[in-house]
Write a protein that binds this ligand. Structure first.
Ligand SMILES: Cc1cc2nc3c(=O)[nH]c(=O)nc-3n(C[C@H](O)[C@H](O)[C@H](O)COP(=O)(O)O)c2cc1C
Length: 313
């Protein structure tokens, strides 16, 4: 997720049971221009010590020019990506206008050329992330999936909505099941899974090979281990204890500041801390204070005081 699944967030997700995490989408045009932001998104390891954390380093690229996409994929592979994912699901207007993201699904020929070019460019597996189609009149996900299969794509993630739906309505898991039934490639189902029970329902309904969680992991990264436990054992794992949750929040904050530096880090940390403290006693007041916290030091102090307060109450 753009703006969310940076390296600290992915580390957290993996620590709490995610088998595979994917970078934020990186614009292929920016990547080949070596912009600092794109290189930061793509950089798999800020320091060697954490090397074991992401055994598969999946970087998602977006764009509409086969050659630029191939070059961006190559650069990522050279930087250490061990899996390249092509974005064909982003609904944002600015992206669609340039024929990238979900707009690629409207041009099956171009989508096929991009997939073939990227597959040919890198020695690592290439996957795609799609929606059900552009709108209800153009639900061509199965066509795209078949083209993917012929192009050497190794797995497909399907978000069960059309582009026209953006994030509204309910994800259509039946349509994910139809795509799974129609191709032999591994399919990862995605959309509106926020509990172990829902994960099981999607899995049983569709037979998907994997489940992708987006928004359900925000502020609740332990959802991954909850799901794994429920699918394997059939029982619910208790939620994390307060000491564990406190350590998680402190750790995430420290990693954000260390990875992004104090200025950008403070801005990003405020967002994540707001998510982490949803539903906690006094969380509303804490978030209000966070909004006015000018720098990382003051955010750190606010956080320490807030967490200590919870411990006492
Ligand atoms: C803030 C935000 C940013 C997102 N950025 C991306 C992205 O960069 N690449 C992508 O493939 N999907 C992106 N998505 C879509 C999610 O990966 C996912 O397909 C969608 O949210 C549905 O799954 P969920 O219900 O589990 O969140 C984004 C979603 C949100 C809410």
């Amino acid at each position: 997720m753009a703006g969310i699944t940076d390296w600290p967030f992915r580390t957290l997700a993996r620590r709490y049971g995610a088998d595979l995490t994917v970078s934020e989408m990186v614009a292929s045009q920016a990547m080949v221009r070596h912009t600092a932001k794109s290189l930061k998104i793509a950089a798999p390891y800020p320091d060697g010590a954490e090397h074991g954390q992401e055994s598969l380093v999946a970087v998602q690229i977006a764009g509409a020019d086969p050659e630029v996409m191939a070059n961006a994929a190559r650069m990522n592979a050279e930087l250490g990506a061990t899996l390249i994912d092509i974005n064909m699901g982003c609904p944002v207007k600015k992206i669609a206008k340039s024929h990238a993201g979900a707009a690629l699904m409207r041009d099956e020929r171009l989508a096929g050329r991009i997939m073939a070019a990227v597959v040919a460019a890198v020695p690592v597996p290439v996957t795609i992330k799609i929606r059900l189609g552009w709108d209800d009149q153009q639900r061509n996900a199965l066509n795209i999936a078949r083209i993917a299969q012929e192009s050497g794509i190794r797995a497909i993630t399907v978000h069960g909505r059309t582009r026209a739906q953006m994030y509204h309505g309910q994800a259509d898991w039946q349509s994910i099941a139809a795509i799974k039934a129609g191709i032999s490639l591994p399919v990862v189902g995605n959309g509106d899974v926020t509990s172990p029970q829902q994960a099981k329902e999607l899995w049983q309904l569709s037979g998907v090979d994997g489940i992708m969680i987006g928004r359900g992991a925000i502020g609740r990264p332990w959802i991954f281990r909850e799901i794994a436990h429920y699918l394997q054992k059939g029982s619910e794992l208790p939620p994390p204890t307060w000491p564990e949750r406190k350590a998680l929040i402190e750790n995430h904050y420290a990693q954000i500041i260390a990875y992004h530096g104090p200025v950008l880090g403070n801005r990003l940390a405020r967002k994540h801390l707001a998510w982490h403290t949803r539903g906690l006693v006094g969380g509303g007041q804490f978030r209000e204070q966070l909004n006015h916290s000018p720098d990382a030091e003051s955010t750190g102090r606010l956080l320490t005081a807030f967490l200590a307060g919870i411990e006492e109450s």
